[in-house]
Unconditional design. Structure first.
Length: 413
């Protein structure tokens, strides 16, 4: 009997001991993180975060009739692109943004001010009051953009374009609790009702039936290939930054990459450019400006996105026909470049994402990233890695297809 009682006491002691251990383990499991992550920034109509919006905004699903209307508007922009480019060269404002504002302010009329749609030959009677008259549409456009502070913007990204468009039109939508339809009309950030049918007159029931600036920018990208037009859109080419998980970009050719340019002569040119970078401030790196001169845009600064300009310059230096474009995706669209399945040193890598793209020359890869030699990678020419999930494809100059086959055979040997 005493033996059984002793066994019972021992069993209860062991159970208590086990329970205490489990409690101690639970305490350790609930340790608070030392550095809790900050809450993500959420944009609101009253305080829009255009960087946040730019990563999420997209064109609405349009009816057949509305898509046809958008195509018609974009065709007008393409027909007059030289006018928009001429103003860009004086202001650095992207030509497609100028075109979108032109549509919003005067339905593409060249006898009207870009400021507000009033006739060129009078002094403006509405905001901004008293400007004009102007001899030409270009003169008026330059004045309008500079009045809104275009000279103060160093980098034109999609987010910057949207913020500029909101400022240009006015921030009245903020106090109404909806995102600006001037900017966001017919996107996933637009509102079906609410707008300003005329200056300073708010109508909560107003049905906004015009495309916003963002929709026009997306339309330009959407129809550029169909009409074989290169207007060099900022939507396609933002400044590229390597993945946060990567090491610092490489500015020297790796030792294991020697003697492999015999099938890709343009890479001898590209390698010599490693280390070229933008100049901070008002000055521009003349070498980056030189890259731009082979493109149709012929930008005159080192702030205009230049990844595709660099690729085009390298090809032209060895007498290989480039796309002569500052658009990254031009290399995926050109009939002069063939899409290939397997990369070799010097292949053109084209990347895509919601609201952006990039292009550089293939160097190597690991399980998750492709490393390429390119321009505008953290504002410089270097070798940096990008997620494979963003890759649109590998491309090779059609005129040098035999060299690709030789390079692939040697790689596989």
């Amino acid at each position: 009997m005493l033996k059984k009682l002793w066994e019972l006491i021992l069993s209860l002691f062991e159970e208590k001991k086990t329970t205490e251990v489990k409690k101690d383990e639970q305490k350790e499991d609930v340790k608070k993180p030392e550095n809790p992550k900050p809450e993500p920034v959420i944009s609101t109509p009253q305080n829009p975060d255009w960087e946040w919006i730019a990563d999420r905004i997209k064109l609405d699903e349009l009816s057949k009739e509305k898509m046809s209307e958008l195509e018609g508007l974009v065709k007008k922009i393409f027909q007059n692109k030289e006018k928009y480019i001429s103003v860009y060269k004086k202001t650095k404002v992207p030509p497609e943004l100028i075109a979108a504002i032109h549509y919003k302010e005067s339905s593409f009329r060249f006898d009207r001010m870009l400021h507000n749609g009033e006739p060129l030959n009078i002094k403006s009677r509405i905001v901004p009051i008293g400007v004009g008259p102007f001899a030409t549409w270009e003169e008026a456009a330059i004045d309008a953009l500079k009045r809104e502070g275009s000279d103060n913007i160093a980098k034109w990204t999609l987010a910057q374009c949207l913020a500029f468009a909101e400022k240009y039109n006015g921030k009245g939508y903020r106090k109404r609790g909806i995102y600006s339809n001037y900017v966001c009309g017919f996107t996933n950030f637009s509102s079906e009702k609410g707008g300003y049918p005329r200056d300073h007159v708010w109508d909560p029931e107003y049905k906004y039936n015009r495309f916003g600036v963002a929709a026009i920018l997306f339309g330009i990208e959407l129809f550029a290939e169909k009409y074989n037009v290169d207007i060099d859109t900022v939507i396609d080419d933002k400044e590229e930054k390597p993945n946060a998980s990567n090491n610092e970009p490489i500015i020297e050719k790796p030792n294991d990459m020697t003697d492999i340019t015999k099938f890709s002569s343009w890479m001898k040119i590209a390698e010599k450019e490693l280390g070229q970078k933008e100049i901070v401030g008002a000055k521009d790196n003349p070498r980056v400006v030189e890259y731009h001169q082979v493109t149709s845009l012929k930008a005159t600064d080192d702030e205009t996105p230049w990844c595709a300009s660099f690729v085009s310059w390298c090809f032209e230096k060895v007498d290989i026909k480039s796309t002569k474009s500052a658009r990254a995706k031009s290399y995926a669209e050109s009939s002069d470049f063939i899409k290939v399945d397997k990369p070799v040193y010097g292949c053109v890598c084209v990347y895509t994402r919601e609201g952006g793209g990039h292009v550089h020359f293939y160097v190597k890869q690991d399980n998750s990233k492709i490393f390429g030699l390119g321009g505008n990678q953290s504002n410089a020419v270097n070798i940096a890695g990008y997620d494979k999930s963003r890759l649109l494809g590998y491309y090779w100059p059609k005129a040098k297809l035999d060299d690709y086959k030789k390079a692939l055979a040697e790689k596989n040997a």
